[in-house]
Each structure stands twice: as structure tokens, then as C-alpha cells.
Design a protein around this ligand. Structure first.
Ligand code: SAM
Length: 343
């Protein structure tokens, strides 16, 4: 038995050290170490420290830690980016995770530092982490231009990575018009029009988000344009379309808010029209995947759900034939159809 128990020791040790590794990655990204090393061949610690304006001894340790974590290569000539650092950790790559990493450092890290209080009190810890009372989740994110830009960049980087799998989880070619409610920068919408060029798609989001979307638009793309409209999906009229999309929206809100939103969609959605939901779908025991359970610890008022819980929720609002696709990527997809009045 001790032998069996000892097998889990490396996992436990990795978990103990996990926070150091996360923070090393966050700081290297924040200091743009991977940007400085991109396309430069090998640089030594002095060059990187000078570029970044950091101490030599600090930078040397950070670069060695990044090499140990497999993010950099270290040779006698110096340090260079690995391929995955070039793809995911530089700030300007197509699949850059830089925005999400900066959001993790600036927003999630302070919240997780107060996890003990979050668990004891059962609430999000904005007041302790940021010295401010918790408001509506998005009012918190959007309180400053910098915070808003950071949150949008974080959403954009994950949406970009998952968009293809979500867009192709089901054959959506029967739909002529779609509206991505809470569609943020339009990352999923742009992927959808590439795959379904005849689809007219509108991104619906809060005015302060829509005002900032231009920065995130793909350049030189020859596909149908995506339209952006601003509004509040709890209050304003929703456009009439064949396909509604809710990507990473339902998990954010308490039941009453989801009730308002799903009732509004059901009211405007014609029989035969559909709703595509993109979320992480938990297994029925609700212990997998771990990243969904860890995300839950931020203690928003919403929650993560299993496949049968999503099915139950959607059916309650008249969305039937719920199909679930586990994508093995960061987001799964569900498609369901508004039942016809006669059913
Ligand atoms: N759908 C995007 C994705 O999957 O990357 C963004 C998901 S983000 C977690 C939730 C989005 O809902 C944000 O863009 C936010 O601005 C938007 N949102 C929040 N409250 C809203 C409201 N009342 N009306 C419209 N959009 C809202």
C-alpha cells in the first residue's frame, strides 16, 4: 500500500510547486521576455535583462526557471524561445495566450490568494483582492479601460484557440443567420463565417465592449463581414435569427439571470431555430475536467454544469434534441432546437 501511495507523490509535489511555476510564467510574460527573444536567435541574460530593465541576477534566475519548465531552450550561446513559446507566449501570435496569462496574473492571482476566505465565506473576494466591493462581474472587469482591454484580450485568446472546434462541433450549414450573445471580440463569429460563408452573424455585447472591438479584428480577411451591435441581453430586444450562440455565458450567472436570458431567447427564437452553447461540460460525477472545477473556485455567482444539467436547463426553456459534443479542447459544445409550438 505504501508503494501505491508513493506513486502519487510526484503529483502532490508538482501541485505544491505549481504556484511557483505559474507565477514564473506570468512574470516572464508580463516582462515580455518571450517577445524579446522572438526571432533573435539566442540571447544571453545580460541582453534580456537590459531590454526589459531588470536586474541581471533576477533575470538569470527567471530565464533558468523558464528553461527548466521547458518554455525556453538554454545553450552555451544563450536562451531562445521554444516553438510553443513562440506560438503561445509571445503577445502578437495568432494563437497567443498572452492576454489570458496577463488576466490570470492581474485578476485571478489576487483572487486566488484569498481562496481561503472565498471558501469560508462562499463569496468572491474582490474587496480583499482589489479593495473594492464586488459588483456585477462585468462591472468589475470593465471599471477601467485597462481592465476592460485586459479582459477582452483574455477572452479573445481562449476563444481564438477554441473557435474552430466549437464552430465545427455540429454541422451548422442549415442556418442563414446567427447572433453570438456576449460574443465579445467576435473571435468565434469570425471563425464561423470562414467555415459557413453564407452565414450572416451578429455579435451582441455591452456597449463598452463593442466600442473596443476594432483592435481585435482580423486584418485582410476576405470573408463575409461580422456585424457588431451593442446592448444588454438581460434588458434589450434580441435580434431575430436562426441560430443563437451563448459561449461561456451561462456559467457566469445565477439561476435568476439565466432564467431571464433563456426566457428572452426562447421568446424570440422561432420553432426550428437553434441555440448553440459553448461551455466546459463536466462529467456526470462533476470531477472532470479539473480546470472547470478550479475555475469554479473564483466564486462567481454562476456555476459549471454536467451534460445532464445543461440538458435539463435547456429543456426547461423549450430547447429540445440537446446534442453534446465533448471536443477535448478547452470548450465543449451543445446544440439544441426550439421545439415547434404544436409539440
Ligand atoms: N463569448 C465570449 C467567449 O466565449 O470568449 C466571451 C465570454 S465572456 C465570459 C462573457 C461575455 O458576455 C463578455 O463579453 C461580456 O461583456 C458579455 N456580457 C456580460 N453581460 C452582458 C449583458 N448584460 N449583455 C450583453 N453582453 C454581456
Amino acid at each position: 500500500p505504501l508503494e501505491n501511495t508513493a506513486k502519487s507523490l510526484p503529483t502532490i509535489l508538482e501541485l505544491i510547486d505549481g504556484f511557483r511555476a505559474s507565477k514564473a510564467l506570468f512574470v516572464a510574460c508580463k516582462l515580455k521576455v518571450f517577445d524579446h527573444l522572438k526571432d533573435k536567435g539566442s540571447l544571453n541574460a545580460v541582453d534580456v535583462a537590459n531590454e526589459v530593465g531588470a536586474s541581471l541576477c533576477g533575470m538569470e534566475r527567471l530565464l533558468d526557471a523558464c528553461a527548466a519548465l521547458g518554455l525556453l531552450e538554454k545553450t552555451p550561446q544563450g536562451y531562445s524561445n521554444t516553438d510553443s513559446a513562440n506560438t503561445y507566449l509571445t503577445s502578437d501570435g495568432k494563437y497567443s495566450l498572452h492576454g489570458y496569462i496577463i488576466h490570470s496574473n492581474e485578476h485571478l492571482w489576487p483572487l486566488f490568494t484569498n481562496l481561503e476566505f472565498a471558501v469560508k465565506e462562499g463569496t468572491r473576494q474582490n474587496h480583499r483582492a482589489f479593495g473594492k466591493k464586488t459588483e456585477d462581474l462585468f462591472k468589475d472587469y470593465y471599471h477601467s479601460q485597462e481592465g476592460k482591454q485586459r479582459f477582452m484580450a483574455a477572452m479573445h485568446s481562449i476563444a481564438h484557440l477554441t473557435a474552430r472546434d466549437v464552430a465545427t462541433a455540429f454541422d451548422l450549414s442549415q442556418f442563414k443567420s446567427a447572433c453570438d450573445l456576449g460574443g465579445c471580440t467576435g473571435a468565434l463569429a469570425h471563425e464561423l463565417v470562414q467555415i459557413y460563408p453564407n452565414l450572416k452573424i451578429t455579435v451582441f455585447d455591452l456597449p463598452e465592449v463593442i466600442a473596443n472591438t476594432s483592435y481585435f479584428q482580423p486584418s485582410g480577411q476576405c470573408t463575409a463581414p461580422v456585424t457588431f451591435i451593442s446592448g444588454d441581453f438581460f434588458k434589450d430586444n434580441l435580434p431575430e435569427v436562426d441560430l443563437y450562440i451563448l459561449s461561456r455565458v451561462l456559467h457566469d450567472w445565477p439561476d435568476e439571470k439565466n432564467h431571464t436570458l433563456l426566457s428572452k431567447i426562447a421568446a424570440v427564437c422561432k420553432p426550428g431555430s437553434a441555440l448553440l452553447v459553448a461551455e466546459i461540460v463536466l462529467d456526470e460525477q462533476k470531477t472532470h475536467p479539473p480546470r472547470a472545477l478550479l475555475q469554479s473556485l473564483t466564486m462567481t455567482e454562476g456555476k459549471q454544469r454536467s451534460g445532464s444539467e445543461y440538458k435539463q436547463l435547456l429543456e426547461k426553456y423549450g430547447f429540445m434534441n440537446v446534442q453534446i459534443k465533448i471536443t477535448e479542447n478547452l470548450l465543449d459544445a451543445l446544440l439544441c432546437f426550439r421545439k415547434s409550438q404544436s409539440l
